[in-house]
Structures are given as C-alpha cells and as structure tokens.
Design a protein around this ligand. Sequence first.
Ligand code: HEC
Length: 181
Amino acid sequence: MVVKILVALFLFGNCFAAPLSEQEKKYYKKKGRVVLVKYRDELGLALKQSVQNGFVKGVRSCRAKKTSVEQNWRKLGYKIGRTSHKLRNPKNVAPNWVAPFISKYQESSAKKKMPISVVSLDVDRAGVIAPIYTKKMCVHCHGVNISQGVKSEIRKYYPKDQATGFTVGDLRGLFWLELKR
Ligand code: HEC
C-alpha cells in the first residue's frame, strides 16, 4: 500500500511538473514506436540466429548477441532496455519510473493487448513503454516444461533466474525507452 502511494506520488508529482500535451504524447508515441520496433527486431534476429543450433547452445549465444545489440544502442546514446516482473538477468532491472507499468501491463495478454504508453518523466525527458508477449518459441527457455539441457545451461549463467513458468500469450516483460524532450 505504502509503495503504491509512493509510486503514485512519484508519477503524479512528475506529471504535474511537466505534463505532456496531446501533441507531444502523439509525437513521442510515434517516435518511441519506431525506435522500439527496431530494437525488438534486432533482438529478435539475434535470438533467431542464436537458436539455429538448438536451444541449449542458444542460451549462451543469445547472451552474447543481445549484449552487443544493447551496447550498440547505448553507444548511440539511447537509454533503452528490457525488463520483467520475473527477471532472468538481474541486470535487466529498469529505472524506477518503469515499475508501475509492470503491474499495469500484467493485466494484458497477447489476446488482450495494451497499447504503447508514453509518460512525462521531467521537463527534459519522456518515457515510452511497450509490452512483450510470450510467443511459442519463447517457452523453450521461459516456459513451464523446459528441457534439462536448457535448464542447466540457464542455471550456469543465471543462478537467480526467475523467468520461467510463462505460457504463450502471457506478458513476458516490457521494453522501455527514455527520449529527450
Ligand atoms: C535460447 C533460450 C531463449 C529463448 C528461446 C528466449 N529467451 Fe528470453 N532470455 C534468455 C536469456 C538467456 C535471457 C537473459 C539475457 C540477458 O542476459 O539479458 C533472456 C532474457 C529475456 C528478457 C529480459 C528480461 C529478463 O528476464 O532478464 C526478456 C524480456 C525475454 N528474454 C523475452 C523473450 C521472448 C519474448 C522470447 C521469445 C520471442 C524469448 N525471450 C526467447 C533466453 C531465451
């Protein structure tokens, strides 16, 4: 309860400080979508290539490939990432402003999708959020019945893994992005 109040104060406090006009909302939504679709496609391609020799080998390969994709974006100056309510890599924890959106989007699924959100962070920044839903191929590494080989490979790199138990259509996590205003 206390956390919810604090989160609400944090969000509203910032919105009152620098609300986004309807025009700005439209602009950042459009811009955010373009960036996040590109980011998603790059990660998707890296994943596809990673599992070409099977899902066990895929774990290590996708770890390396996604790191290089993310580093490239950061080198270009983007504040961008993926996060989840059930993290595999604890480093994928998002900035504080993203947290309330995780519970909001958890009410959605691939069949009941929620659109991209845009939020004012302060006078200089706008935040953009897009949901990530679980697809068929994701459950090999994030599902309920994961093979022993994949399981032990995941445990090797991610001893604190929580990102299993997902079924097709579930919210797997969120993409987040900060844009300059
Ligand atoms: C080959 C196994 C594998 C498959 C298949 C796979 N993932 Fe992952 N996923 C991983 C690994 C490994 C990580 C941790 C990567 C890292 O270090 O950031 C991860 C991390 C993530 C994260 C970041 C949040 C977190 O938990 O750390 C999201 C979101 C995610 N995966 C979504 C998906 C989606 C959506 C699909 C299907 C399109 C998918 N994954 C398919 C292995 C897989």
